[in-house]
Design a protein around this ligand. Structure first.
Ligand code: NAD
Length: 267
């Protein structure tokens, strides 16, 4: 999306994890911008419902990002339906829990295969077309790629790996005119977050804690991530590559321990 001469709008974007959550939020924002979309997800029923809700014009691919042939099929569909690919927003991912002792080799492999190898496969499949159009790819990583919650080791490793992928791939792709970027969301109201909260014996208390841990005072909404992804994919971000942008309501900018006032509240 860098070269103003290269294509008249609308441009074409592949959105993974598009059936729900952040991927759906990205798809909503890009639909409003008039983009051609290829929506890719494992969950056929939810994906078709999302495609209908977005107006029924998007191409739909049911498959797994952990399967290279499925990723290649999604890119091929973009070429057949829309003539090429200008951008990718990669959101498909899973949340898993466990420390080094409790995480089974199977859970470790599933988490890394989906979140990290899946990111590599999506990029590997899309980059030949992105190079042709001098496009951009934006990976949805996490604040857990920069810091860590307890008891989510495989997830944390997968997200740290994704930020490494952004940095390294950006160096390789710059000479090809492709920009490679990441967004690192804080907590966002999605089915994944709802599932995670429900793992806690006191979900209502955790719900409150999650809002309070963001200095802005609340969790994010999927379209708030989508707006940043849309910006990063656009020519407005033409001098950005190799960067992962926090979209976390200030969460990782906060240092606790400020002195309280007499009423017990922080200054
Ligand atoms: N929700 C949050 O608070 C939050 C915070 C930081 C980062 N993230 C990251 O954002 C991304 C999206 O999260 P979300 O909260 O929207 O999750 P979600 O579970 O609500 O939606 C994820 C979507 O990805 C799809 N998916 C899962 N595995 C897939 C696979 N192998 N192939 C294709 N599609 C697959 C699911 O079917 C689902 O539609 C994830 O990478 C997640 O780690 C989420």
């Amino acid at each position: 999306m860098n070269d103003p001469a290269k294509s008249a709008s609308p441009q074409t974007v592949l959105v993974t994890g598009a059936a729900m959550g952040i991927g759906r939020g990205v798809a909503e924002v890009l639909t409003a911008e008039g983009k051609n979309l290829v929506l890719f997800d494992l969950n056929a029923e939810a994906l078709n419902a999302t495609a209908q809700a977005l107006g029924g014009k998007a191409a739909v691919v049911v498959g797994s990002v952990a399967n290279l042939a499925d990723c290649e099929r999604a890119v091929q569909l973009a070429v057949e339906r829309f003539g090429g690919l200008d951008g990718v927003s990669h959101n498909a991912g899973i949340q898993t829990y466990g420390d080094a002792v409790s995480t089974t080799p199977e859970l470790w492999a599933k988490t890394l295969d989906t979140n990290l190898t899946g990111s590599f496969y999506v990029a590997k499949a899309a980059l030949p077309e992105l190079r042709r159009r001098k496009g951009a790819i934006v990976f949805t990583t996490s604040v857990q790629g920069m810091a860590a919650q307890k008891g989510a080791l495989a997830y944390v490793v997968s997200k740290h790996g994704m930020i490494g992928l952004v940095t390294g791939m950006a160096m390789d792709e710059a000479a090809h005119g492709v920009r490679v970027l990441g967004v690192a969301p804080g907590s966002v109201e999605t089915p994944m977050l709802r599932w995670a909260i429900n793992q806690d014996p006191n979900p209502a208390a955790l719900d409150e804690e999650i809002d309070a841990m963001h200095p802005i005072g609340r969790r994010g909404q999927p379209t708030e991530i989508g707006e940043v992804v849309a910006f990063l994919l656009s020519d407005k971000a033409s001098f950005m590559t190799g960067e992962t942008v926090r979209v976390d309501g200030g969460m990782l900018a906060r240092i606790p321990g400020a002195p309280k006032k007499a009423d017990g509240k922080s200054t």
